[in-house]
Each structure stands twice: as structure tokens, then as C-alpha cells.
Design a protein around this ligand. Structure first.
Ligand code: SAM
Length: 246
């Protein structure tokens, strides 16, 4: 999979050299390229922003600079593997595991990181009019200074789903926000007793079926307590009799 990130702070993306995503890059599973938006400026000050039409505070990123950058990086919608443009913005659809799964199936994703008051709205309009798929995603209901942190979040979320990135693919199956639609059960490791706190007996029992039942009950109870919206969205057909007693 190829991922291009366009930003005025390329150094911000250095974290993508670390951990599993960094390993995926080194292993050639993820072809990640970070670009400096200022490389597409034409003035000697390398200007990427200007004052907003209609007045108001702050600056807006210029469409002409972004247009040139995206023409180069996103390519044409008629290319063999046309890029999917992802624009982080607090006014976008909230990014979820479903979006991460969908992006993990793409061949080419381009992330356009805004700064200041954001990117001139014509940039997204033009990309859509040219036939590109465009997703405007928010990573949550708060405002960051720029799209770089959102890019890191989304790339890590879909990058770890690429085949071969997470060593044991089974560890992806039972996770929070997975196919079961639940939060994960609590997890424990050695030592079995620590500062007067004991690991639940069932986990030391070696009884596979009971452990599975306990984990399922914990996941249901935890989800009900913390995310009643997720319980409300559960498909009742996917529940068994024992679930209904939790
Ligand atoms: N004026 C914009 C608004 O009120 O919607 C906020 C602009 S914000 C200061 C600058 C950039 O940070 C945005 O263009 C976007 O790239 C990024 N950003 C801020 N909050 C975000 C969020 N919750 N999710 C995704 N990107 C965000």
C-alpha cells in the first residue's frame, strides 16, 4: 500500500518510523512518503496561506498551492490505482475502526494536513469534481492545531490492519471495536498476585470454555457500562442465551 502525506511540518511524521508502522515501512508492506507542501509554492517566501475572504480571524491555506501538490501526489482519477484523498478536519465524519478497515484495503491513500483555519474549500470540491474519492475525517470532537496528529492516528489505525504488520493476526480479532461490536475484556499478565490485587481465578484455571465465557461477559458488561451506544447498536441475532443474562 502506498500512503502520501502532504504537510508543512514533515518532521511531525517522524513517529511513523517507529514501532509496527516503522517495521512495516522497512519490510516494504507500507510505502509511506511525506511531502513538504512548501515545495509547491512559487514565491520566494514559500507562502501557503492568505487572509480569509469575508474577513475574520486567522489564515486559510491557498487552493493553488494545494492544487499543484495534489496534482502531483494524488495523480489522475483515471490512473490504474487512483488515490483516495483523506482530509483531516474537525468538521468531518468521525473516524472509526470501520473507516480504518476500509482504508487498509486501498492501494493509494493521500492525506492532506491542514493548518491555520484549514484548507480553502475549493481544494476538496475540485478533487471530487475530478472524480477522486475524498473522505473528510475528524478524529474526535475537539480542535487540534493541524492535521498531522490526525494523520498519525489514522495511518496507525489502518497501517496495523495491513496483512503482515501485526505479528499474530488473531490479536486483531477480539479487540475493542472489532466484528463483535464490543469493547475488549480486561487483560492481565504475571505476576498473578500484585500489591494485594489478584488476577481473576478463572484466567488461571486453564478451562478454555470458561475463560471464553468470562471474557465475553466482561466485554459485554464493560461495553454496557462505558458505551451504552455500542450495546444499543448490537445485532441481537449475534447474541447467545448466556449473553442475555449479563
Ligand atoms: N477552523 C477549523 C474549524 O473550526 O473547523 C479548525 C482548523 S484547525 C485549527 C487546523 C487543522 O487541524 C484542520 O484543518 C485539520 O487539518 C486539523 N484538525 C483540527 N482538529 C481536528 C480533528 N478533530 N480531526 C481531524 N483534524 C483536525
Amino acid at each position: 500500500m502506498r500512503v502520501d502525506v502532504v504537510t508543512i511540518f514533515p518532521d511531525y511524521l517522524a513517529a511513523l518510523d517507529l514501532s509496527l508502522v516503522g517495521k512495516a515501512r522497512k519490510a516494504g508492506l507500507l510505502d509511506l512518503r511525506v511531502h513538504d507542501l512548501r515545495d509547491w509554492t512559487t514565491d520566494r517566501h514559500r507562502t501557503v496561506d492568505d487572509t480569509p475572504f469575508g474577513g475574520g480571524a486567522g489564515m486559510v491555506m491557498r487552493p493553488d498551492v494545494w492544487g499543484r501538490a495534489l496534482d502531483d501526489v494524488l495523480g489522475s482519477a483515471d490512473d490504474d490505482a487512483p488515490g483516495h484523498l483523506v482530509v483531516p478536519t474537525p468538521s468531518g465524519e468521525v473516524f472509526t475502526q470501520r473507516h480504518a478497515e476500509a482504508l487498509a484495503g486501498e492501494e493509494h491513500v493521500v492525506v492532506a494536513c491542514g493548518r491555520y483555519e484549514g484548507i480553502d474549500a475549493r481544494v476538496v470540491d475540485r478533487a471530487r469534481a475530478a472524480g477522486h474519492r475524498v473522505s473528510e475525517f475528524s478524529i474526535g470532537d475537539y480542535v487540534l492545531n493541524g492535521g498531522e496528529v490526525a494523520a498519525l492516528v489514522m495511518i496507525e489505525a489502518f497501517g496495523r490492519l495491513l496483512p503482515g504488520v501485526v505479528g499474530n493476526p488473531h490479536s486483531l480479532v477480539e479487540e475493542s471495536h472489532g466484528a463483535a461490536g464490543l469493547l475488549e475484556y480486561p487483560v492481565y499478565t504475571k505476576p498473578p498476585a500484585w500489591e494485594g490485587l489478584d488476577v481473576p481465578d478463572v484466567l488461571l484455571s486453564g478451562h478454555h470454555a470458561r475463560i471464553e465465557r468470562w471474557r465475553r461477559d466482561q466485554a459485554l458488561a464493560r461495553t454496557a457500562a462505558r458505551r451504552p451506544d455500542m450495546i444499543a447498536a448490537l445485532d441481537v441475532a449475534g447474541l447467545d442465551k448466556a449473553d442475555l443474562t449479563v
